[in-house]
Design a protein around this ligand. Sequence first.
Ligand code: HEC
Ligand code: HEC
Length: 298
Amino acid sequence: MKLGHLLALAAIVVVAFVPGHAWSADALRGAYLVRAAGCISCHTDKAGKGPFLAGGRAIVSPYGNFYSSNITPDAETGIGAWSDADFIQALSHGESPTGRTYYPAFPYASYSAMRREDMLDIKAYLFAQTPVRQENRGHELRFPFSWRFSIYPWRWLFFSSGEFDPDGRRGAYLVEVLGHCAECHTPRNMAGGLKRGRHLAGTRYGPDGHSVPNITPDSATGIGNWSEADIVFFFKTGLKPDGDDVQGHMRETIEDGLSHLSDEDLTAIAAYLKAQPAIRHPVRGLKSATATPSYDEW
Ligand code: HEC
Ligand code: HEC
């Protein structure tokens, strides 16, 4: 028997005997991608000690409260009955297997540019998790957002599947597609679309009514004074160059996500951020926004 065959056989034996898990190489790749894409924080109700990936986590927005879905492989209350095509459609078009349109609180506008193989690796990882029986909690949204049709104007104006092309650049892929950093770090207009001219320049009206800092390389209002090494260190530890530690959503993004990535990937993210146009946009030091957005920035 050739060495290659022997290794393949050994791999099958290992895969077959890990109890309770249908591990495959794809699921392992998926485990890394799930970190890079931040699925865990949003889909696990950590504060409520909810089961891993079973949803129910509140995402507080000016439109009301969204609750993430159960994405464990439970066939009835999770996504256990989904085909590969169903999963790809959800991530790339924001549509459920029954044709329901998802709210952009699920950041599929970014994920839509994800490589199909990466989506399927993520699915393999999710399907290797313990199924949890837990019904999805309905969103608590203000009218007219409570009406799923209210998503159409946004989709019409701002969503075009797979629009962003990372063009083989790892940093671009990690920031714009998997990491969906702009979904929090870019201000939005009245209709919920990201303001292209202020890409990554921060917003006072971020998730849960908190402000989100400017991460363009502007030295006065962004992170222009951070070196690439400072940025990488921050992603690993949550510590900023001034000694402050990270809070809130970014803390989760780091703990559940970025801190698990390879040095190579973190460096690619830092280099990509450093290469963005510097945009002067003061956000820091301002009080957190109230629950009602004001559109003075528009
Ligand atoms: C910022 C929070 C957030 C992140 C990050 C996020 N999701 Fe979600 N996801 C949601 C919300 C909210 C919904 C419900 C959307 C709706 O009801 O319209 C959802 C819905 C879904 C659904 C549809 C489930 C169903 O039963 O119809 C799937 C599948 C899904 N997410 C998978 C993922 C995967 C995979 C990732 C990581 C690549 C991910 N999500 C990252 C918030 C998030
Ligand atoms: C769910 C929302 C969210 C996502 C997604 C997110 N961030 Fe953040 N980020 C924040 C918030 C909120 C802060 C402020 C945290 C604090 O100051 O304690 C922050 C802070 C930062 C900082 C520190 C800036 C400073 O001046 O203190 C950097 C750098 C950063 N984020 C980079 C990123 C990158 C790169 C990504 C994508 C891989 C990303 N963030 C994704 C919400 C988010």
